[in-house]
Design a binder for this molecule. Sequence first.
Ligand code: PA5
Length: 461
Amino acid sequence: MSIHFDPANLSAAMVGDEHGLTLADLREGATAGLDALSGFHKLVDDGKYGFPHLPFDTGTVKDIQTYADKLRGSYDTVCVVGIGGSALGAWALDCALRGPHPVQAAFSPKNPRLVILDNVDPSFMLAAIDSMNPKKTLVVVIAKSGATAETVATFLIVRAWLEKALGKKTRQRIVAVTSEHRGDLKALATKEDYTTFHLPDNVGGRFSVLSAVGLVPAALCGFNIRKIAKGAAAQTGLCWKDDLAQNTALSAAVHHWLIWTRRNKTIQVAFPYANKLWGLAFWFRQLWAESLGKKNNRTGEVVHVGQTPVAALGTTDQHSQVQLYMEGPNDKMFSFWTVKKFDDPGRIPKVKTGFEAMDYLPGQSLAKLLDAEQRSTAAALTETGRPNCTFTLDRLDAEHIGAFLQLLEFETAFAGELLNIDAFDQEGVELGKKFTFALMGRKGFGEYSDRFKAYEAKRSK
Ligand code: PA5
């Protein structure tokens, strides 16, 4: 298993002093990086943050696998009801390990599909429900808080839909993933006797893909969760090394932090050159945005820090975004995600057409073209002073995906330390949630109802 990080095109030598990092920057970054590593290590040792331990929880992996093996063959659809950190990891794993929609193999009890209900748009929800057979669907309801309005509303609809078809057997087709000691989802799961898996209290939603949150849907879809955990465990060992040459997550965090804060690159484009990594780019978007977009630093100072993550797909978005990336404001840095070896390189038939724009391609492969396009885009961006770096996964398999997820989580945690912020809270989403509760008539939110009325009165003037 190997994931390589190439930061050369972030250097001043490649993109110039105004936009690239100098040796002095890198020396400063290395010292700060080692402080960030020891700071984060201490927080993990103190039990504050738990995601680094997840790949070593072999008991949970075994329990999930046993549960999935018991049910295998009795369903053709896994329906995840969850949102944000309770949905994006499952999507990233499904996309990476089975393939992106709409080119996944036909679904069947041997190859169950994953349907993720992570929005309350009624036209989407009702169409998704219509596409599933309640007798062949396993519902995985996921909410760490057990109280997210979208998840609860969707689950109530899905549960009623199951009940109509299955009556008393409904409970056998529902599995819950939630906190062990709190929340109404836990209470309902206990009352109705659903199989339930828990995520540790010290693991936040967006850092939970390697807990039951991501592994239950993955195991039910038939992916090798032991290998996902194995890759992530091996990566964790590297993430604790105090040598930047070996610790890719720390090196990437230092480089990203420097280019963002010292060269004002306030946007990061996560740019996979592999459709299978597209879901992972959206998972990363949440991880980076919600973890590192903060009003206050740890000492309470108002900093309004954040780097906006954007997902782009190579080569597709070369034909929609790269014009902006090349000639628009130089406020971005680019993180290419590439794959060294595809299972099948996709040979182009050795048949000449007699046309010049076509006859250089026969006998070559799509993998070679994809690689050439990525390296050309990196070279073009570099020539115009646009800093970029590349992560290369040796292959796209369960071990590499587990490792890459863990690497990006560590990178985000280290970046939080470098910025001196709490990367694990999300105060910024709370106010909107409270207004929603007030608007939907939840008890105890009268104060927010009044605030919302005041806001509307102001608008009407
Ligand atoms: O990262 C987070 O904590 C959030 O994005 C949550 O995952 C999201 O809000 C869903 O929360 P819950 O799992 O409680 O429904």
